[in-house]
Design a protein around this ligand. Structure first.
Ligand code: ASP
Length: 214
């Protein structure tokens, strides 16, 4: 662990040596793109699900889960945030304990929508920097693999990167490209973890409504 910063520095230096300083501008664009994609997913798709299926006002939903979002953002861990997520949805959104205690721990382990979005953009970005053509069919395979693999990612900091390495290997994208995105990884992890726990909380709200209808 102590040697990791030196290793990342060396890999980054060799990547910049190979592709020039322009790669840093691309890195900035990549970071902004990941954040915008995550925000669109949370603000549009999740709010839509909460409103249409969960029958709850998105404003109420967002204000209730603010504490959990803050903890997720600062710890980069869905698992560490779990107690706060449970408290927020139970106390503020009146999700019954029987639902929250099943949906949220399960969601913290397998529901990683933010991680899946991050992994897709990262793999396509690295492939683009290395000039690797990705056909539409391969894109579909990568997206499906990422969705399935993100289920296996632990709710811990940087877990998504480890899983991404396997997908990159199987799809012929050079894994050393990861060094390039390491510089912004912490910020990416904070943002995607926040979206992961928002997704979990929305699932609890949706399940509560579905149970009411059942
Ligand atoms: N840090 C994320 C989480 O805990 C997992 C990841 O690395 O994508 O949800």
């Amino acid at each position: 662990m102590k040697l990791a910063p030196i290793g990342v520095f060396a890999l980054l230096a060799s990547t910049i040596g190979k592709f020039g300083f322009d790669v840093l501008v691309s890195l900035l664009k990549y970071g902004v793109l990941v954040i915008i994609a995550l925000m669109i997913h949370a603000a549009v798709i999740i709010s839509f699900a909460v409103k249409m299926i969960g029958k709850l006002s998105p404003v109420k939903f967002w204000s209730a889960i603010r504490p959990a979002m803050l903890v997720a953002f600062s710890t980069s861990s869905s698992n560490a945030t779990l107690p706060v997520t449970m408290e927020s949805v139970e106390k503020e959104l009146k999700v019954p304990r029987v639902i929250s205690s099943f949906v949220l721990p399960l969601g913290a382990t397998i529901n990683m929508d933010g991680t899946a979005i991050y992994q897709c953009i990262s793999i396509f970005f690295i492939a683009q920097v290395y000039g690797i053509e990705i056909s539409v069919a391969k894109m579909v395979i990568i997206v499906l693999s990422v969705v399935l693999a993100s289920i296996g990612a632990a709710g811990a900091p940087m877990a998504g990167v480890l899983i991404m390495v396997m997908i990159m290997q199987s799809s012929g994208v050079p894994t050393e490209g990861i060094a390039m995105i390491m510089g912004v990884e912490r910020l990416m992890d904070m943002t995607r973890t926040t979206v992961n726990i928002i997704g979990d909380a929305s699932a609890a709200v949706v399940m509560t409504q579905l149970e009411k209808n059942a």
